[in-house]
Ligand binder design. Structure first.
Ligand SMILES: Cc1ncc(COP(=O)(O)O)c(C=O)c1O
Length: 439
């Protein structure tokens, strides 16, 4: 399969009422073919001496998504011990995972971590303190380490909240501390066989290029044992019409050239690693909501739908935009922002969810004001379908706020079948950990 689409996966409006009837709304919808195609594009990225692609599972950690991605040959980047354990529970061996986290756990979880590393999990040292806590264990067990370096360079993210390379973020061993950590490792006979930098999510591809040059510079200066250089994730996708996506062929070609030059200068052949999350799944997903009410104020027409910030918090958190489609109850596509259809006769509606928050809307400006969306006027009972929601939606939501239950998820398989991959929470799950205490 060699599709090369980059926008949201094509919406088949006729499926929407069928899905709603069978599994209710709101519900997440994923597209297996789209995810597999993204994986193929990434694996085909130009490279000099080999490419290793990890999926940053924080983007969507559902077991079916993990299986689709790993069956295509991607390994995983995990951001917590629980993510690693969760991927293992999905049947993925620890040897296919790297752990890039803010904490070295203690107690039982420390023992668990050691077991995972012994089973092949790669540990990515993210601070001087982490190095101190892991070094003895690594030495005794002959474990080679990866190191995440904080480059102290801004601009790697789509917003300040997604910029992990700047002096105002705290991820990785700061470049200033690298010589100290390296000499501590040398004294103990420990090797950093991988160097890793993740500068942020969805930033300017030019910053990604700059990072390649900078990172190869400190690999040369400080890390003679490194055989792999990871440039992290962050590859931008275009969710909205007119948005500019990262050109991964051109980024790969740039990295290839630089890694070849590195080989010419040092005699060392480096394998390139990348760890995108967004690129793999973002545009594979839709959220299907149903219009439950319409209201009018002196300022705005509102559509109230049965799912909002508790399903997708990116608009409220980042001011992110997601394309909106309106589908009639009979499966007719009334309007679609992504396809810019129809071109005329549209009306402005503020689209809001059910939570008692004035910011519970799918479109907000940077001050948190609701921005109306131009759509064909629907009726109560019709569907609002939100595109580009495969990443950082169900894995990153204030779920259960207002005690709404986390919705289920459905996958459209490669053969076009619809399969439920996660059930909706049952009410008991809202309170299952609460204790009846008497005072
Ligand atoms: C260490 C690390 N790697 C990879 C990613 C994936 O980024 P993206 O989803 O933008 O590709 C993230 C996202 O926050 C991250 O923190």
């Amino acid at each position: 399969m060699t599709m090369t689409h980059f926008g949201p996966t094509k919406l088949d409006a006729t499926l929407i009422p069928k899905i709603a009837e069978q599994w209710g709304t709101p519900v997440y919808l994923h597209d297996q073919a789209y995810i597999e195609n993204s994986c193929e594009q990434l694996l085909g990225m130009p490279n000099a001496f080999g490419l290793h692609v990890r999926y940053a599972m924080k983007a969507n950690s559902d077991r079916t998504v993990l299986r689709v991605v790993t069956n295509k040959g991607l390994d995983l980047d995990c951001s917590s011990l629980d993510e690693a354990a969760r991927a293992f529970a999905a049947g993925i061996p620890y040897a296919r995972m790297m752990l890039t986290t803010q904490e070295v756990p203690s107690g039982e979880e420390r023992t668990e971590l050691e077991g995972m590393i012994k089973a092949g999990l790669r540990y990515n040292v993210c601070s001087m303190q982490q190095f101190r806590l892991i070094a003895d264990f690594a030495r005794k067990n002959g474990v080679d380490l990866s190191i995440r370096v904080h480059p102290g360079a801004a601009g790697g993210g789509e917003s300040a909240t997604r910029d992990t390379g700047s002096e105002y973020s705290c991820f990785g061993v700061h470049l200033r501390d690298v010589p100290t950590v390296k000499s501590m490792a040398d004294e103990m006979g420990l090797r950093f066989t991988q160097v890793h930098v993740h500068i942020g999510s969805g930033g300017d591809p030019e910053k990604w290029r700059e990072n390649i040059d900078r990172e190869l510079g400190f690999v040369r200066d400080f890390f003679p044992d490194a055989v792999t250089v990871s440039f992290g994730g962050g590859l931008k996708v275009a969710r909205m019409p007119g948005e500019k996506k990262a050109d991964i062929a051109s980024l790969g070609a740039y990295a290839k050239q630089r890694i070849e030059e590195f080989k010419a200068a040092t005699g060392r052949k480096l394998t390139m690693e990348i760890e995108p999350g967004t690129f793999v799944v973002a545009n594979s997903g839709h959220i299907i909501t149903r219009i439950i009410d319409k209201k009018l104020t002196n300022e705005m027409n509102f559509l109230i739908v049965d799912g909002g910030m508790e399903l997708l918090t990116r608009p409220l958190l980042y001011g992110s935009e997601h394309p909106i489609a309106i589908v009639r109850q009979d499966g007719t596509l009334l309007s679609s922002e992504y396809d810019l259809k129809p071109a005329a006769g549209l009306k402005a509606f503020g689209i809001v969810g059910r939570c008692c928050e004035s910011g519970d809307s799918v479109r907000l400006d940077s001050d948190g004001n609701i921005v109306p969306v131009q759509i064909a006027e629907p009726e109560i009972g019709d569907f609002v379908v939100i595109g580009g929601t495969g990443a950082y939606s169900e894995s990153m939501s204030p779920e259960n706020y207002n005690s709404h239950r986390k919705p289920g998820a459905v996958m459209k398989t490669r053969n076009g079948e619809l399969v439920q991959i996660r059930k909706k929470q049952v009410r008991e799950q809202l309170t299952q950990n609460e204790l009846d205490v008497t005072f």
